[in-house]
Design a protein around this ligand. Structure first.
Ligand SMILES: Nc1ncnc2c1ncn2[C@@H]1O[C@H](COP(=O)(O)OP(=O)(O)O)[C@@H](O)[C@H]1O
Ligand SMILES: O=C(O)C1=C[C@@H](OP(=O)(O)O)[C@@H](O)[C@H](O)C1
Ligand SMILES: [Mg+2]
Length: 168
């Protein structure tokens, strides 16, 4: 069975929606950031502190390579997974779902910025806008399905995804 892969910016709900979607579909749920943390034994923020963003991106590609060899999983990626061509090719093996969200919603949901090093010590709104400028086109381009995930409870987002899957 093809993997279901969630992409989208920080705070779009990839981790949260992914967990519920997996339950609904009776599939295993895997979050690439959590897997990296488990593997390294430290948080994403600590990896950024020690190895910088480059170090994290290398670990992310390695993890995505491993996870995309599996079948029948719901995979929540990190918001930056689409920036690398190598990652994009890997993700295309699955059915890619883009959780589309406004900057306002992203901001509200990431307000604590916990374990989101790219939002630490910067103006979060400006940073989220910059990232969307760079990545928005890639999310759209890579998506097999685009689902609006702002202002809707998680179960409704999951309903829309499962209904779309039934139409395939
Ligand atoms: N549809 C939603 N409605 C309300 N809150 C949400 C929704 N999706 C996610 N959240 C909340 O937003 C925060 C960020 O969600 P998360 O799943 O970690 O996003 P991502 O993995 O895309 O960065 C979490 O606190 C989560 O509970
Ligand atoms: O947008 C990004 O570049 C990142 C998003 C984060 O994941 P979430 O999108 O799940 O917050 C995490 O991978 C890391 O902090 C970098
Ligand atoms: Mg996440």
């Amino acid at each position: 069975m093809q993997n279901l892969i969630l992409i989208g910016p920080m705070g779009s709900g990839k981790t949260t929606v992914g967990k519920q979607l997996a339950k609904r579909m009776r599939m295993d749920f895997v979050d690439s950031d959590h897997m990296i943390e488990e593997r390294c034994g430290v948080s994403i923020s600590t990896i950024f502190d020690i190895e910088g963003e480059d170090g994290f991106r290398k670990r992310e590609t390695k993890m995505l390579t491993e996870l995309c060899e599996r079948n029948g999983i719901v995979l929540a990626t990190g918001g930056g997974a689409v920036i690398s061509e190598e990652n994009r090719i890997l993700l295309r093996k699955g059915y890619v779902i883009y959780l589309k969200t406004s900057i306002e919603t992203q901001l509200a949901r990431t307000q604590k910025n916990q374990n989101r090093p790219l939002l630490e010590n910067v103006d979060a709104e400006t940073k989220l806008e910059e990232l969307m400028e760079e990545r928005g086109r890639l999310y759209e381009q890579e998506a097999d399905l685009i689902v609006m995930s702002g202002d809707r409870i998680v179960s409704k987002v999951v309903d829309e995804i499962t209904e779309a899957l039934e139409q395939l």
